[in-house]
Design a protein around this ligand. Structure first.
Ligand code: FAD
Length: 319
């Protein structure tokens, strides 16, 4: 497998196309996901990210009137999907690895499984709070921040496992990506604090950054400039999502803590239905992509959210 940073190096001045997919809801068919990836292979993504979804706590009414508390995982299968992507498309998968819901030992075992599968790229994340809770709480003996998880992966890369000391004959060799937020992570006090902790992830050994989605390229350009000023010199991959329904004008800013540009708001408000809004989203994303590509973005990384028809239309215009 090729490391993401090597894919970027090998591409030279050319911007790479890549995507993120999410596992299907439990009980759904993997075929739908693979069928949605298939038409995008034409644009030669060297890697595909697969999200990880932690457990959720739900309450289920029982026939006797009591409420049963259940811990369930709605979208399992990240590692299996990574394996399917490798075998079906010959593309390097990038599984997301979370602090949330894992002890350090479970993380170590998870990473060993990835190593055995020949997967050498990971996107390391803290994860959000387990639903329905508001605050993120690490599992006992788990990591509280992504920087700690970066440190664990780097230790394994040096052959140092948790309880075995420096005896590993086969150190792992992971290329490590981390997340960042051009419009600030919602919990951070201010941009400076957020930058301090992003720098910590890089200083601990992360190799590249993938950003949260944004709809205003100036946010990305400012972010890259500030990273460089702060001494962060790793590749910064912009994450892009084409808006696809009218409702997303309200939903995306609320969930992802971002601002929609006025022009996009006006264009979507003028739409009579979601089909028109989807078209506006495609056109907006094409403009964003072209400008980012012209500015030398190393990769354009599209959040597919399980559907690919709009990404195909964008990629046809841009790549
Ligand atoms: P961190 O880098 O740990 O930062 C979290 C917060 O803590 C920030 O506010 C930061 O400023 C602060 N902080 C960091 N270190 C410290 C410290 N040492 N002391 C005090 N404060 C600190 N979620 C999923 O559940 N599954 C996914 O697959 C997934 N994929 C994602 C992919 C991308 C590209 C992005 C941008 C996000 C993704 N997320 C995913 C969401 C992510 O898990 C959340 O945004 C989460 O709230 C933060 O994760 P992080 O890795 O950025 O956290």
């Amino acid at each position: 497998m090729t490391k993401i940073v090597d894919h970027i190096r090998n591409a030279g001045d050319k911007t790479i196309f890549s995507i993120e997919v999410i596992p299907p809801i439990k009980g759904d068919n993997l075929k739908n996901l693979l069928d949605n990836i298939e038409p995008l292979i034409e644009f030669k993504p060297p890697f595909i990210d697969v999200t990880y979804h932690r457990e959720e706590y739900i309450e289920r009414p029982e026939p006797d009137g009591t409420i049963r508390k259940i811990v369930t995982r709605k979208r399992p299968g990240t590692v299996g999907i990574c394996s399917a992507i490798m075998h079906r498309f010959g593309v390097d998968p990038v599984p997301h690895v979370l602090c949330g819901g894992f002890t350090k030992e479970e993380t170590e075992d998870f990473l060993i499984d990835l190593q055995y599968l020949g997967i050498d790229n990971v996107l390391v994340l803290r994860g959000d709070p387990a639903k329905p809770f508001k605050d993120f709480k690490p599992k006992e003996n788990g990591h509280a921040y992504a920087s700690e998880l970066v440190e664990q992966v780097c230790s394994m890369n040096q052959g140092v496992y948790l309880h075995e000391g420096e005896t590993a004959l086969s150190p792992t060799d992971f290329c490590i990506g981390v997340a960042a937020y051009p419009e600030k992570h919602f919990e951070a006090l201010d941009h400076d604090t957020d930058f301090k902790y992003l720098k910590l992830k890089i200083d601990k050994g992360a190799d590249y950054i993938v950003t949260q989605m944004f709809f205003d390229n100036s946010k990305y350009f400012d972010f890259v400039r500030r990273c460089r000023e702060a001494g962060i010199h790793v590749p910064i991959i912009p994450g892009l999502k084409p808006l696809s329904t009218r409702k997303q004008l309200e939903v995306l800013p609320r969930i992802f803590h971002l601002q929609m540009p006025e022009d996009l708001i006006k264009a979507v408000q003028a739409c009579e239905n979601d089909q028109q809004a989807r078209q506006v989203g495609i056109e907006w994303c094409i403009q964003q992509s072209r400008e980012l590509m012209a500015a030398g973005a190393p990769v354009l990384h599209y959040y597919t959210m399980g559907k690919s028809d709009n990404i195909v239309k964008i990629a046809r215009e841009v790549f």
